[in-house]
Design a protein around this ligand. Structure first.
Ligand SMILES: Cc1cc2nc3c(=O)[nH]c(=O)nc-3n(C[C@H](O)[C@H](O)[C@H](O)COP(=O)(O)OP(=O)(O)OC[C@H]3O[C@@H](n4cnc5c(N)ncnc54)[C@H](O)[C@@H]3O)c2cc1C
Length: 425
């Protein structure tokens, strides 16, 4: 069978690791110029892996298969030639209780941190392994459209020669992650029946504070994931905690957001994590990604162009523009942010939810609500439309673009599962 994989991220890794390339001709199209380039893919930044039945995606066959999740962690650790950083899990019950009585739910999970630096080794080793297996890679190839007939036609732009090319396959696996939302939009407009649901977007800030404030929690858990319900009913959660890490920007084609990562062999003295508020919509509105993109663009416009906004927590609460920093210093380069007021960006219910979350967290971790801690905005997590993989025999969606996964482990597992289905047939 002639098979195309669109995108070389976590889902593609899972698929390629498993597929028998003696039986099939497999070609991977990746829009970036090589395996390392992409600011919007977690297998190129940070690399926090987790084993949990409470997070990472919605597919039960992955959520409840901890054995498969552990195998994936081992695969990433082995190919990145590293021993992942982990938490001691000391006093776990005590911590769970403290969170519970203050209105939070601590999500149960084991965490393994690979690090941005070690992911480069992983990518190099994985790519070499796949090439040895006979997989063909086409870099600089941006897939614009897919046509489904008896065969599947992949239409892509070869960015080197700037030419549009069409190729024919028996089956295509779309694995474009979140950054491939344009291709997904094109396909869902053309084949609207593949959308199962499309209701949510997460919006919030990247929060940064000195390591010393959260040292105990970092040592016990490495990553702490908690959920909280604000007084207006919105769900607020932490995401992607980076002890001794760095805040970074994430560049989409027409806006910039914030994110964070940590490096295995280079440490800062600050911890950062995202605080995200889930925004759920009902009919007639059906474009949560559009909503998130507009809010992100608004923050860039207020920051004078291609920048994000930075504000102290004290000023955010008072609704004042931040003019000076003196106690906590940002790890993001000063060329990438402007001191401003995030209240001009967020709807008031989002600001209320963020403030309630931080003030309540301060009861468990004194110092979190210090007026000088930093908020960067905005951070957005696009859920992606949930897509139906049973509609077409010859077109499948794997990983985050399917709307069914939200993490490296789950996206990789999704690729593995779809490759196994192919092998069984
Ligand atoms: C900065 C950052 C840090 C993260 N950190 C973590 C973490 O620590 N732990 C964790 O579990 N999750 C993390 N995530 C989320 C994680 O990266 C994703 O859940 C996971 O990578 C999804 O895998 P995927 O294969 O679906 O997509 P991706 O890994 O995003 O791969 C998609 C690939 O498709 C390519 N592509 C997109 N569109 C096209 C197109 N039209 N044509 C050709 N190629 C295309 C992209 O360039 C990319 O290489 C992070 C995400 C980001 C952005």
């Amino acid at each position: 069978m002639r098979i195309a994989i669109i995108g070389f991220g976590a889902a593609a890794v899972g698929f390629l690791k498993e597929v028998d390339s003696n039986k099939h001709e497999v070609i991977v199209y990746e829009m970036n110029k090589d395996i390392f380039s992409s600011s919007i893919s977690g297998i190129r930044a940070d690399g926090k892996l987790f084993v949990s039945s409470e997070m990472g995606g919605d597919l039960e066959e992955i959520l409840f298969d901890k054995q498969l999740q552990k195998e994936i962690v081992d695969y990433y650790s082995e190919l990145s030639e590293t021993e992942p950083e982990i938490g001691t899990r000391e006093n776990l019950e005590e911590l769970q209780k403290k969170f519970f009585i203050n209105g939070f739910k601590l999500v149960e999970s084991e965490f393994f941190h690979i690090g941005t630096d070690k992911l480069k080794i992983f990518l190099k080793n994985a790519h070499e392994e796949f090439v040895r297996k006979g997989v063909h890679f086409k870099f600089n190839s941006l897939v614009k459209d897919i046509e489904i007939n008896e065969k599947v036609i992949v239409e892509y732009i070869d960015r080197e020669i700037r030419e549009e090319i069409k190729e024919e396959f028996d089956r295509v696996y779309i694995a474009v992650g979140r950054s491939g939302f344009k291709l997904i939009d094109t396909l869902t407009k053309k084949y609207p029946d593949i959308i199962l649901s499309n209701t949510k977007v997460d919006l919030g800030v990247r929060f940064e504070l000195p390591d010393i404030v959260v040292k105990e929690l970092n040592e016990a858990l490495y990553e702490f994931k908690v959920k909280f319900k604000s007084s207006n009913g919105q769900l607020v959660r932490t995401f992607c905690n980076n002890p001794s890490g760095y805040v970074v920007t994430e560049k989409y084609s027409d806006f910039i957001t914030v994110n964070g990562h940590a490096i295995h062999d280079q440490k800062s003295t600050n911890t950062n994590f995202a605080i995200l508020v889930t925004h759920s919509f009902t009919k007639p509105f059906n474009d949560p990604n559009g909503y998130g993109s507009y809010i992100a663009k608004l923050s860039n416009i207020l920051a004078g162009g291609n920048k994000v906004i930075l504000q102290t927590y004290g000023d955010f609460k008072k609704g004042k523009r931040t003019k000076k920093l003196w106690k906590v210093f940002p790890t993001l380069s000063s060329e990438e942010y402007v001191l401003g007021d995030l209240n001009l960006v967020f709807p008031s219910k989002t600001s209320v939810s963020l403030i309630e979350f931080i003030d309540n967290l301060n009861k468990i971790i004194p110092g979190v609500a210090d007026e000088e801690n930093l908020l960067y905005g905005v951070e957005v997590k696009f859920y992606g439309k949930k897509l139906d993989n049973n509609l077409f025999e010859n077109l499948k969606f794997i990983g985050d673009c399917s709307g069914q996964t939200r993490s490296i482990v789950h996206a990789t597992a999704h690729g593995i599962i779809e490759a196994r289905k192919l092998i069984e047939n």
